[in-house]
Design a protein around this ligand. Structure first.
Ligand SMILES: NC(=O)c1ccc[n+]([C@@H]2O[C@H](COP(=O)([O-])OP(=O)(O)OC[C@H]3O[C@@H](n4cnc5c(N)ncnc54)[C@H](OP(=O)(O)O)[C@@H]3O)[C@@H](O)[C@H]2O)c1
Length: 306
């Protein structure tokens, strides 16, 4: 039987952390993206049927860590998922989707997997549709599939995230580190190696199939606490600030990336807390890197990178 674990989007932040975790656990790995290079890599465009089929051929497990550009989620994520589902079905593989929390929309209290998909904005509706497609393909017996969900990530390689350039790159360069949103609200953050370990645990255990899981995380942290730990690791004179709603609106007038944050501001102006109880109950107690260590490793990576 195949032990080939295929990672789609293997050059991205989540995908490359999954590749590292799979190697550490001794699996055979195929790392796929359009720009992939090196041993065990395959260049393929998974938006095409042929590219997705070549990527998934012979796989035991496929980790879906690829994504369209953020501004194109509403138009492109569903089609990408459809193509990947067909390829996974043809390969007879299991599917593990690297998922986020957008489908829930605004929430009150800690998030569990029981929440309805109540997002009413385009990107949230697209992510809800993607999750529903995957779970219904599982129910219909087309594929065996599971989803692992995480909040904002940070870590080595974590550039394409709200915490990367605004906080880690800035602090590593001695510039002002900016927390986006209210700095005194509890917020769950995910360390990339822990997020990847959770996804690989789902990939190794078929009892995950048919469900979405909140991946294991540490306790939530406030923006001020997070920034203090970053400066503790970065050294130098701490310079921290927040980007509140008014600043987001103003900067968003001429910066499209910042403008996009408006529709998910509910994730930033109140408590945003992930409950991972179900995962721990199903798969046993999980290793989660202490926040101070995770931040120190991330600062070191950003400093090395310059
Ligand atoms: N940002 C967060 O804080 C966060 C938190 C939780 C979950 N997530 C989710 O985790 C998933 C992965 O996110 P990420 O930030 O790791 O993504 P990322 O860094 O943007 O990487 C995307 C990857 O997909 C590949 N890709 C894109 N289009 C492709 C195509 N047509 N064919 C083949 N490969 C393609 C890219 O490589 P090439 O360009 O070389 O093809 C790259 O390897 C997303 O669904 C995201 O929403 C993100």
């Amino acid at each position: 039987m195949s032990d080939l674990h295929v990672v789609l989007g293997a050059t991205g932040a989540v995908g490359s952390a999954v590749v590292t975790e799979l190697h550490a656990r001794g699996h055979e790995v195929r790392a796929v993206s359009r720009g992939a290079e090196g041993l065990g890599s395959l260049r393929a465009d998974i938006t095409t049927a042929d590219g997705a089929a070549a990527a998934c051929e012979g796989a035991a497990v496929v980790y879906q860590c690829a994504q369209p550009p953020y501004a194109q989620w509403a138009t492109d994520f569903v089609g990408l998922t459809d193509t990947v589902l067909t390829a996974v079905e043809q390969a007879g593989a299991r599917l593990v989707m690297a998922d986020n929390l957008y489908m829930y929309g605004p929430v009150e209290g800690p998030m569990t997997e029981e929440l309805p998909y109540a997002a009413a904005f385009p990107k949230g509706r697209a992510r809800a549709q993607v999750a529903e497609m995957i779970l219904s393909a599982h129910r219909e017996g087309r594929v065996r599939a599971t989803l692992g969900r995480a909040s904002d990530y940070f870590g080595p390689g974590g550039m394409n995230t709200i915490l990367g350039p605004n906080i880690f790159a800035a602090a590593a360069a001695g510039k002002t580190a900016r927390w986006v949103g209210e700095r005194d609200e509890p917020h769950t953050v995910a360390y990339l190696p822990d997020l990847a370990a959770g996804l690989v645990t789902l990939g190794e255990d078929p009892k995950a199939d048919g469900y979405a899981w909140h991946l294991p995380v540490g306790p939530p942290v406030t923006g001020d606490e997070f920034l203090a730990l970053v400066w503790g690791a970065a050294g130098g004179r701490p310079r921290s600030a927040g980007i509140g709603r008014a600043a987001q609106r103003f900067i968003g007038m001429f910066n499209p990336v910042v403008r996009e944050l408006g529709e998910t501001w509910y994730q930033r102006d109140r408590a945003w807390v992930v409950d991972d109880t179900a995962f721990r109950a199903a798969f046993g107690d999980q290793r989660v890197t202490p926040l101070e260590q995770a931040i120190a490793e991330t600062v070191a990576w950003f400093k090395r990178k310059g």
